[in-house]
Design a protein around this ligand. Structure first.
Ligand SMILES: [Zn+2]
Length: 262
């Protein structure tokens, strides 16, 4: 009985400290909405990690208990009793984290809606359909191949070039043209290592042939943030960024989608 009481007291203290440690992280209204969104998605990642860890412990616990079933000593029975207490404790923490994750998701959806509404209002008041992003490289402006029909550098056949090619040395930082959410980060045939971002207006941008990618799918990125390093992966004949812009899922000449200033 004493042991149970001890465990309960420890549990309660742990739980209270947990609540405080997480509530202190949430600060609304002070920072920029994109920063808030970034902090919420980071918290979600953290909760997901904890839930996975606890899941692993729960699974291990069940395995251990079923393998101990045949042994019946009083000592073992006492151990199993404590185990079952721990088991419910872990389950309780898991439920707590799942609840927190659910709340984070709710605020994330709400925040994205608010950001989109804000942008929409800004677009309407200036009578344009999308926000111009910034140039995807800091110091390299030369376009080696423009948007439109061209002879493909590898197949030598006439084809439509969906983007613009901007040469730059290997591992130059590729930057996000505007605030948004990474919807693809990985290898795609032809494109090589490619990042695609969905922005909060009606715009999507794509950055291909990277040597490496430094963001993950689902990550919220800010305008100007480094997302990849220049390379020559996929169908490419040299280090460059192939950059595409879509408005309402239709490709446009990227030059209309970015401004020359930062
Ligand atoms: Zn290209």
């Amino acid at each position: 009985m004493n042991k149970i009481l001890k465990v309960l007291v420890i549990n309660t203290l742990l739980f209270v400290s947990l609540i405080f440690s997480f509530q202190n992280n949430i600060s609304y209204g002070q920072s920029n909405k994109i920063d808030e969104l970034i902090s919420i998605t980071k918290k979600e990642e953290n909760f997901n990690k904890r839930i996975n860890d606890l899941d692993y412990i729960l699974k291990k616990n069940i395995e251990n208990r079923s393998s101990d079933k045949n042994m019946k000593s009083s000592l073992l029975e006492r151990r199993i009793n404590i185990d079952s207490l721990k088991y419910s404790q872990i389950k309780f923490f898991k439920m707590y984290f799942e609840r927190q994750l659910f709340n984070c998701k709710k605020s994330e959806i709400l925040l994205i809606k608010e950001i989109k509404e804000e942008r929409e209002e800004a677009l309407e008041s200036s009578n344009v359909t999308y926000i111009k992003g910034r140039w995807p490289l800091e110091n390299y402006r030369y376009i080696s191949s423009g948007y439109g029909y061209r002879t493909h550098p590898i197949t030598k056949k006439l084809n439509f070039h969906n983007g613009i090619d901007i040469p730059a040395p290997k591992n130059t930082s590729v930057i996000a043209s505007d605030d948004g959410i990474v919807i693809f980060a990985g290898y795609k045939n032809g494109y090589g290592n490619v990042v695609e971002i969905e922005h909060f207006d009606n715009k999507k941008t794509l950055y291909a042939h990277n040597n490496s990618i430094v963001v993950n799918e689902g990550q919220v990125v800010k305008r100007g943030q480094v997302i990849a390093k220049v390379g020559s992966t996929g169908d490419s004949t040299g280090n460059h960024v192939h950059f595409e812009v879509k408005i309402n899922n239709k490709r446009i000449n990227p030059l209309y989608g970015i401004s020359n200033d930062l």
